[in-house]
Design a protein around this ligand. Structure first.
Ligand code: NAP
Length: 236
């Protein structure tokens, strides 16, 4: 039986690497991308299928779910990877417009809910599905408020809070699906060099993808409702 995964925002960065690493493991890694040209090119490079999917566009998400259902019947893995950060203008809340919050939440928060809800019937139909939400260490509330910790200076109000919201959403889905074989976890890829941060990260996108792959392929005794990185659990 083939394992099928959908990775959102898989045309580049950590999403592309997640798709590549899953494909290497024999998974059919469906490249979800909003730009058809970029998405098809990435899928072609990987030898994997492409589906157009803009996480902020309900109709495109529903069409993607319909296509996956017709093509594969079920979905074993959903990696909610698509995300945006707007580094200019995102700093302390007093200097951040509500519109910037909306723009970032639209993708990082509402997009995840839209995609997850649309894919859930296919995930429920699989034997033991895994949902991975690509979070960030910047979403950790307890690390954010530690004046001696490494994240104190990075007070990006909109981006950071979008990932905190995503963490709670991860828990909410994990709780709803507690009595099912489906596991829902939040992944921290670490600071990776991608377009998101102008390639300032000190890790590679492949290194960032490793935790997503790990959580996407968890055994039955693996965690659910957890916030994890390569070396273990992060504080919420
Ligand atoms: P990236 O290279 O900029 O990739 C982001 C991906 O998300 C792109 O494929 C982008 O598509 C896609 N995307 C954005 N808006 C979308 C939408 N409305 N619908 C569908 N796809 C959309 O960034 P990355 O670093 O790989 O980020 C991947 C995830 O990791 C994000 O959730 C990010 O917050 C998280 N993360 C990254 C880091 C890091 O250091 N890089 C650290 C912690 C967490 P387009 O090419 O069309 O824009």
């Amino acid at each position: 039986m083939t394992t099928t995964a959908l990775i959102t925002g898989a045309n580049k960065g950590i999403g592309f690497e997640t798709a590549r690493l899953l494909a290497e493991r024999g998974v059919t890694a469906i490249v979800g991308a909003r730009d058809e040209k970029l998405g098809r090119a990435a899928a072609e490079r990987l030898g994997q299928p492409y589906v157009r999917l803009d996480v902020t566009d309900q109709a495109s998400v529903e069409a993607a779910a319909k296509w996956i259902g017709e093509e594969y019947g079920t979905l074993d893995i959903l990696v909610n990877n698509a995300g945006v950060a707007v580094l200019q203008g995102d700093s302390p809340p007093s200097a951040t417009s509500a519109n910037l919050f909306r723009q970032i939440y639209d993708v990082n928060v509402f997009g995840v809910v839209t995609v997850t809800n649309a894919m859930l019937p296919l995930l429920r139909a699989a034997e033991a599905a895994r949902i991975v939400n690509m979070s960030s260490e910047l979403g950790s509330l307890s690390m954010a408020i530690d004046p001696d910790g490494p994240y104190w200076p990075y007070n990006f109000a909109a981006y950071n809070s979008s990932k905190s919201a995503l963490n709670m959403i991860t828990l909410a889905y994990a709780k709803e699906l507690w009595d099912t074989p489906i596991k829902v976890n939040a992944a921290n890829p670490g600071y990776c060099a991608t377009d998101l941060n102008g390639h300032t990260g000190y890790r590679t996108a492949e290194q960032g993808a490793a935790i997503a792959v790990q959580l996407a392929t968890l055994d039955a005794d693996g965690p659910t409702g957890a916030y994890l990185q390569d070396d273990g659990v992060l504080p919420w």
